[in-house]
Design a protein around this ligand. Structure first.
Ligand code: LLP
Length: 436
């Protein structure tokens, strides 16, 4: 099957064995069982280093990337982020605890979310989370109160809605005026919350944040956002004499899941964004603020692979063929949620027949439990064969569930030709462990 594109880190040996980060996928499945999440640690680090390097070289001084942990959040990821010098974006007490528990320096953590509770605000402050990205006036007042009780001034950014359409799927579109996130410039809400933030004694406003969407391919989107947000910074300076030190332009860089997705030259995109920021700030007559970006998917998606074992292969004459596997929407809900597309590959290719079109489906009690629709697999594929679903490092483990009480798969990391468990496999017993 030479018509399928191979994402980075994947190769076929002469005997038709699929390898990931140089290791045999079948051998890893034999050792750890399936379903199995694999991550290539070196690839995660390379993706971080690309952002770190480009942002250091092309952006105003003090600019840095923050890893958006929502894409994949477990302890080992935060150890890697600590070692690489990445900032992080956190959205819950669970993410905060996970990072803090491996000594991630929490002063480099940015706390997001549009509905932070008083308990979470306290939890984050008690763990010295560096920055709160404040979504709305009620939250701003709550943060000010919590900081007052502790006798501190909490550093904050305000989430602003620039009113930019990211041209991506609706569920991850967050930049438009009617978004549940942030304060839109167009409606005057942004100006209002800015005035409020500047009037409060226990918050220190360090800048602004926006995030318009995810799996975005048009570079225009980021550059347009940068211009609108820099314009907002200029207006803040004019109207309030307030100068933003930080401008966080969020995450969203798209990755290639299937051959028809565009190839992305991320370095070139980042350099161009850096140039836009510097040139446009100069044109507006303001000093360029330090820029933050919050990549999640671009850091971990192509570092991940999921391995399954095939169960039934159901051929419905005149209709379609289903290849069912031992996982499903519980470990990858992205088709069910977004109709996402994936590249699927057999772990062993030789002697397995011509390509056939099929749907790879899971074992949950729902017809929507599909992992990938209309993909090519060898026609000889049968119960017991292994298949790999590529580019599953982002939003698969992190959005996994225990629907039908299927235990979650383990996360196994690959490093220097070795492998190690980063998250243990759940068992029927651990699934019930909180039940009384
Ligand atoms: N910053 C903020 C404030 C965000 O809301 C997000 C993603 C990111 C950064 C990271 O975006 P990324 O670089 O990963 O695109 N579950 C969906 C994606 C949801 C994204 C939510 N926010 C999916 O599986 O496609």
């Amino acid at each position: 099957m030479n018509n399928v594109f191979l994402p980075p880190d994947l190769a076929r040996s002469g005997e038709g064995e699929l390898t990931f980060a140089g290791q045999s996928v079948s051998a890893l499945a034999d050792r750890y069982g399936t379903p199995l999440y694999l991550y290539d640690e070196a690839r995660i680090r390379e993706n971080c280093r690309l952002f770190l390097r480009e942002m250091h070289e092309s952006f105003p001084s003090g600019s840095r990337p923050l890893y958006a942990g929502k894409a994949a959040s477990f302890r080992q990821i935060y150890r890697v982020m600590r070692e690489e010098g990445m900032g992080i974006d956190v959205v819950s007490s669970g993410e905060i605890h996970t990072a803090a528990s491996v000594n991630y320096p929490m002063d480099s953590a940015f706390f997001h979310g549009n509905s932070k509770t008083d308990e979470e605000i306290a939890f984050a402050m008690d763990r010295s989370v560096g920055y709160f990205v404040v979504d709305n006036p009620e939250e701003l007042l709550a943060v000010d109160r919590a900081a007052a009780r502790r006798g501190i001034r909490q550093k904050i950014l305000l989430r602003i809605t620039p009113g930019v359409d990211p041209h991506t799927y609706a569920a991850v579109n967050t930049g438009c005026v009617d978004s549940k996130f942030g304060n839109s410039i167009e409606t005057g809400m942004a100006e209002e919350i800015l005035g409020l933030a500047l009037s409060l004694p226990h918050v220190a406003l360090v800048g602004f944040h926006c995030h318009v969407g995810s799996q975005v391919f048009y570079e225009d989107v980021f550059e347009t956002c940068a211009r609108i947000m820099l314009g907002f910074c200029r207006d803040a300076e004019k109207r309030h004499g307030y100068r933003a030190a930080l401008l966080d332009l969020g995450g969203g860089y798209g990755v290639r899941y299937v051959e028809s997705d565009p190839e992305v030259d991320l370095s070139a995109k980042l350099r161009s964004l850096g140039r836009t920021v510097r040139e446009y700030s100069a044109a507006l007559g303001i000093p360029a603020p330090a820029i933050l970006l919050e990549p999640g998917r671009a850091i971990v998606a192509d570092a991940g692979l999921t391995v399954y074992t095939v169960g039934a292969v159901k051929r419905i004459p005149g209709y379609k063929t289903y290849v069912s596997v031992d996982g499903g929407m519980t470990d990858n809900p992205r088709f069910a949620l977004y109709k996402s597309r994936y590249t699927c590959l057999p772990a062993k290719e030789s002697g397995t027949g011509a390509p056939m079109r099929c749907d790879v489906v899971g074992r949950c009690c729902e017809s929507g439990d599909i992992i990938a629709q209309d993909v090519l697999l060898p026609s000889g594929i049968a119960r017991g064969a292994r298949i790999a679903v590529c580019t599953t490092g982002a939003y698969n483990y992190s959005m996994s569930s225990r629907y039908n009480r299927f235990p979650r798969p383990p996360v196994v990391m690959l490093r220097d030709g070795e492998s190690y468990v980063a998250v243990r496999r759940e068992t029927p017993e651990t699934v019930a462990e909180n039940d009384l």
